[in-house]
Design a protein around this ligand. Sequence first.
Ligand SMILES: [Ca+2]
Ligand SMILES: [Ca+2]
Length: 74
Amino acid sequence: MTEDHELKVTFECANSRDVTGDGMADLADAILILKLLAGANITDAISPCADRGEDSNIGMAELLAILRAIVAEL
Ligand SMILES: [Ca+2]
Ligand SMILES: [Ca+2]
């Protein structure tokens, strides 16, 4: 007998703009999203913490958020 099960996972996110999972939002995160947008073959882990809008997509909205965070620290 097989049944469908739903798995819910809760993440503790130190930084909501962190894509690489190192706890910081920096250029490495922006570059990883640029690679994603460019269709590169990504082997790095993508942190679910970075998702904005809870649409399960990482894209321009996340890239802009990271760039804004970087610029704000300059
Ligand atoms: Ca990072
Ligand atoms: Ca998103």
